[in-house]
Design a protein around this ligand. Structure first.
Ligand code: FAD
Length: 421
């Protein structure tokens, strides 16, 4: 490796890609971050955009602004369409190919429909700010249509089905029921909003499968107490425009069906022609490089990395991506100094999910659990700390304070262009 013009191309400005770019800011390399969007998305708060708690620009942040403090880094807004590891280039959907000396792949995951009919066409994923806006708009449109034609209520216009009882589904269902109870009931005084159903469907026999049973049970009890119908041990069999068919034969009329039931690695992984693990993730060596391709590292949701001493894969959440990004940056520095790379040692910081006002379950390493208001405050604090950008933190804090004190919510605009017929 030549020290002078060594170029590190990072594909993806998410948690993993930006952690790597920041950690390389003092390294003797040129860094190019490539992302299809010119902003970083803080996915953990997307459900609040979908439920009108936050505006979309509260959870997105300019990648160029993040790189202000990394003078050796530049940004290209482009979609990576192919990677030629032999020629050391990435193909972009605009502009010529980009050459690299070291490649860091951090393109994340995409929604996965598991081949279930109708999910692709009618299910609403929650991976991007566009997705979050689409869910909110679909819901508002259904309410406006029902206000105009109350016969649609029996057809499911006020109902929402959330498929997937992991943290995303639980948080979304909890946010949705608060939106119904405190906001939509007041916005639509002529509609029987409490009759609108929020149904959370999970194929496993309990919610939050990665959490302990007491946390799962607490999440279920809290959601049910607040009005969410929780259906566990049953899957989604088919989705239609206004119906969700479950595998036990039951049918839920719903104009809004959110698909939070699964992700798989970004298709770029499969295009590389390397070994893939479950969910299409790239099998990586213990230093997070691709076996046999030491110049290609993979981090975050795209990587099939292991926790130390464990055969299981690391979860597709923010911490493995952040820690992986920093680790890879350190390994690039070591290689440039002629040192061997080191294995990635993931530090488990626990897991958390909020169920809504005053309720969250937090599980810390070592088996400690926080629940209720204490868990909720921990959840709020941690999300503020990890949110990118001071302005975003300030905006989120103001919006949360407003929502908390007034029980009101933010953006509920429905432009004519988004109106259904
Ligand atoms: C709704 C939701 C809620 C979540 N909640 C939590 C939570 O509470 N806690 C938690 O720890 N984790 C949570 N996660 C998971 C967490 O957000 C991910 O694990 C994390 O974002 C993975 O980081 P990453 O860097 O691998 O990918 P990402 O952060 O997804 O970044 C990937 C980047 O790559 C870009 N990209 C993709 N394809 C291309 C291409 N072809 N060309 C150029 N750019 C491309 C994308 O635009 C994106 O910016 C949640 C995820 C979702 C969807």
């Amino acid at each position: 490796m030549s020290e002078r013009h060594h170029r590190v191309v990072i594909v993806g400005g998410g948690f993993g890609g930006l952690a790597a770019a920041r950690a390389l800011r003092a390294a003797p390399v040129e860094v190019v971050v490539v992302d299809a969007n010119n902003f970083h998305t803080f996915q953990p708060l997307l459900y609040q955009v979908a439920t009108a708690g936050l505006d979309d620009d509260n959870v997105a942040f300019s990648i160029r602004a993040v790189l202000h403090r990394a003078p050796n880094a530049s940004f290209r807004q482009a979609r990576v369409t192919a990677i030629d590891t032999g020629a050391h280039t990435v193909e972009l959907d605009r502009g010529g190919p980009l050459a690299y000396d070291t490649l860091v792949l951090a393109a994340g995951a995409v929604s996965h429909d598991f081949g279930i009919p109708g999910v692709d066409t009618y299910g609403l994923p929650l991976k991007t700010v566009e997705d979050a806006n689409r869910i909110r708009l679909r819901l508002l449109d259904a309410f406006e249509r029902a206000a105009d034609d109350p016969a649609l209520i029996d057809d499911g216009a006020l109902n929402v089905v959330v498929a997937g009882g992991g943290p995303t589904g639980v948080e979304l269902a909890g946010g949705m029921i608060e939106l119904y109870a405190h906001v939509l009931a007041r916005d639509y005084p002529t509609l029987p909003v409490p009759a609108g159903r929020v149904v959370l469907v999970e194929m496993a026999d309990r919610l939050l499968p990665p959490f302990t049973e007491p946390s799962s049970e607490r999440a279920r009890r809290t959601l049910e107490r607040r009005g969410v119908e929780v259906r566990t041990g049953v899957g989604v069999g088919r989705v239609e425009a206004t119906r969700v068919h479950l595998t036990d034969g039951s049918v839920i009329p719903a104009y809004t069906a959110v698909w939070a039931a699964g992700v798989r690695a970004h298709p770029l992984a499969a295009s590389l022609g390397v070994e893939l693990a479950g969910g299409g993730r790239i099998v990586v060596a213990d230093d997070l490089s691709v076996p046999g391709q030491p110049d290609v590292f993979v981090v975050g949701d795209l990587a099939a990395a292991h926790a130390p001493g464990s055969r299981g894969l690391l979860p597709q959440v923010a911490q493995p991506a952040i820690q992986g990004g920093r680790h890879v940056a350190a390994q690039i520095g070591r290689r440039l100094r002629g040192l061997p790379t080191q294995p990635f040692r993931y530090v488990d910081k626990g897991q958390m999910a909020t169920i809504g006002r005053h309720e969250a379950v937090t599980e810390l390493p070592g088996g400690r659990r926080l629940a209720g208001p204490v868990g909720w405050l921990a959840w709020l604090g941690l999300h503020l700390v990890y949110l990118v950008g001071f302005r975003n933190r300030a905006l989120v804090l103001v919006n949360w304070a407003w929502n908390y004190l007034t029980y009101d919510r933010g953006s509920r605009l429905l432009p004519e262009s988004e109106r259904g017929r």
